[in-house]
Every structure is written in C-alpha cells, then in structure tokens.
Design a protein around this ligand. Sequence first.
Ligand code: PSV
Ligand code: MN
Length: 431
Amino acid sequence: MTTNLPLSADQIATLNAPQMDALADDYGSLGRKLSRAGIDIDAIKDKVAAFSVAVPSWGTGRGGTRFAKFPIAGEPTNIHEKLEDCAVVNQLSTLTPRVSPHFPWDKVSDYAALKQEAESLGLGFDAVNSNTFQDQPGQAHSYNTGSLASTLEATRQQAIEHNIECIEIGQQIGSTDLTVWVGDGTNFPGQQDLGRSLDRYLEAAAQVYAALPEDWRILLEHKMFEPAFYSTVISDWGSSILAAQELGPKAKCLVDLGHHAPNVNIEQIVARLHRFGKLGGFHFNDSKYGDDDLDSGSINPHQLFLVFNELIEAELNPRDGFNPAYMIDQSHNVTDPIESMMSSAEAIASCYAKAVLVDREALNAAQQGNDTMMAFQALRRAYNVDVAPILAMVRVEAGGAIDVLTAYRASGYRVRKAQERKAVGLGAGIV
Ligand code: PSV
Ligand code: MN
C-alpha cells in the first residue's frame, strides 16, 4: 500500500530530538513513583498504546453556532481534505486512527477509492452517521415534520432509505456501526402525541434494524433538546435503552456527553447501560450549560475520568460483547479544529490512563467495607497522577510528537493549506 502521509516522519523526529532526554527522565521518575505503589509503568503504557478514539469528519471544520460561523483559512471543504486533516491529527497524536463519516455530507461516487485513500493516510473508518435532521438540495420530502417519527409516511420511508443507504456505504468503507441521531421532536405541548411519535420511530427504526448486516450494530444517540425544545423522541438514556431493547441485540445506546440534563450523573448512566449490555458508544465533548460541544475535558475533566472509571469497570466485567465505539464529537468554533482534536484526544487518553491506574482491589475492598473515604481516595490517588510522560512515550514510540501542538505549528500545515484550499463560505454552523 502506498502511503501518502501529510507530515514528514523525519520532521516529527527532528522536533522530538531535543526533548527526548527530558521525556526519558520524566518517564523514569514517574515509573519509580508508580512502582512504589506496585504499578508497572510499561504495562500502563501498553494499555494506553492500545487505546484509540475516532474523530468525526465534520470536526475538521470550524463548527459555528446557529448564529454564525467564522471559517479559518485552509479549512477543508470536502471529505478528501477532511481525511488529510484527520491524518495530521493521527500522525502527531497517534490516538485517532479512525474517522467517523457523516452522510450525505461526505458523499462521494467511489467508496472503494475513498477507503484506499484513507488507508494511504494511515486511517480507517468508524461508525457511519446518518443525517435526517437537515434537508438537502433536491430532496423529495422535507424533514420539517421530523424523519423516522414523522407523521408522513413518505417522509419516514425516505429517512429509512437514507439510513439503509448509509449502511451500504459503510459496508464499502469497512464500518460496522450505524449511528442514528434524529432531530425529531416538538416545540409546543400538544404539537404531537408523545406516545404515537415514539411508536412511529420504533416502527421505522425496526426497518433500518432489519437491514443491518450480521456483524453490524445500530447505535441510538439520545438528546434531550435541540433542535426541538419541548420534547424529543429519543430524549434520554431511558428512551434510548427501551428502544434498543425493543429493536433487538444489535441495537445499542450511544452516549454523547453533551446530551443530558445539567448535572446528570453520566457515569451512572454508563454503568446502567453496561449492566444491561446496551452500552454501544460514546461521543466525547464537554459542556458548561447544555449541548455546548466544547472540547473534551476543557470544563470538567474529573467527570471524564469518572466516566472512564466506569468504562474500565465495564471492560473488566464484560457483558454481551462490551465493545464501545469511542468518538470525539465537538464543535470547534474558535480554535483550529486540528489543534482542538489533538488536545481533546490527549485529554481523553489522559482520563483513560488515570482510570487504568485506579487500584481496583483497594477500591473494591473499601467499597465492600463501607470505607467511604478510602474508596474516594482510591479514585483520587489515580486522578492526581500526572500521566503526561506516559502519553508522550506512547506517541514517540508510535512515531508521533512529544509536544503535539508545537509540532503541528512548526509543520506549517495550516498555512500551506490556506494557500492550496479554496475558502469556505460564511453562514450558520452545524447543529
Ligand atoms: C447532534 O447534536 C450530534 O451530537 C449528533 O451526533 C450529530 O450527528 C452530530 O451532533 C453532528 O451534528
Ligand atoms: Mn453526537
């Protein structure tokens, strides 16, 4: 296979060179500290090296809000350019080898060629996402009445067919998951019957489910509000798990960290979904007020750590093929999206590493003995460890950068793209 990586491996190695001694020193020092607690740093490093999170193709563009979007020079305008940017993220951070595409945004005429193109950039594809929350030019039926839950039969049918088309595309590019988030819902009490809307959704989703190949899953993504502000059809994890249970074993729930009511205990939702074998995937981001789509770990890294703590528990006590699809889903409104995705991947992997560090024996013993303070301290000890040297060592060993942001800026990649790529228009952003 020919490789077509956007950055030069030599350049990354040259940038790393002056920092190698300091890294070895920091890694050695952390290794000695961890070994006093009976932890082998290399074993933790190996676990982190095996960890990965997918990036969303749409995350490579400046997001924007419903008020405005402020593009940056060199932003990608098609899936080919998006893949190239994702390759940069992966080359430097070495944690993001898969891209999650969204259709029809990422439509092309030749998917076999797209798969090859991704491979030549060191990338594969993750879950495919359908889009029935927006009308496309020339579309026969508007989604202004909803999609899978619309009262209009022809509209529901169109949404079903679109989802099936996404599965067909996914098969060509090597995906095995279809993520379905619908914007269906209401803005007024009485606008729709809350029970019958769900019936229509379930009936339509069952037709999509029936089209899933043997080894595929459908991931149901719930969201409490937006674009509908009074009710949404799959509003919360309760609706999501009930729908997944009704659809069948290939239906799982996807948790987007921004899609909950404020202050909801998301780590407990993770534990609950896992308990019933229905935890299928994650969209990582952070929020302050609602579905803010802020960068992962930028507001509440402790919550991210607690979520990973539950995920590690789940991994150690698997139920029904525990295999969650991890993905970033953020809206980069004020940063260079490549920088945000690299910084987020680091925040996510850092919380994962801290969760791996938790002394589970001590935690379980304290829990069993009702020693609240020591149970809490078992978590706190792990959370307080600065795992940066482990992450940096993982990256170096995989050909990535010690300091991802400095290396990215030194590469001049965005400046080059600003000269090569056509400018993005203004306008409102994505949901
Ligand atoms: C909806 O807010 C969402 O989280 C879904 O995952 C969409 O597919 C994505 O954002 C992009 O708009
Ligand atoms: Mn999402």
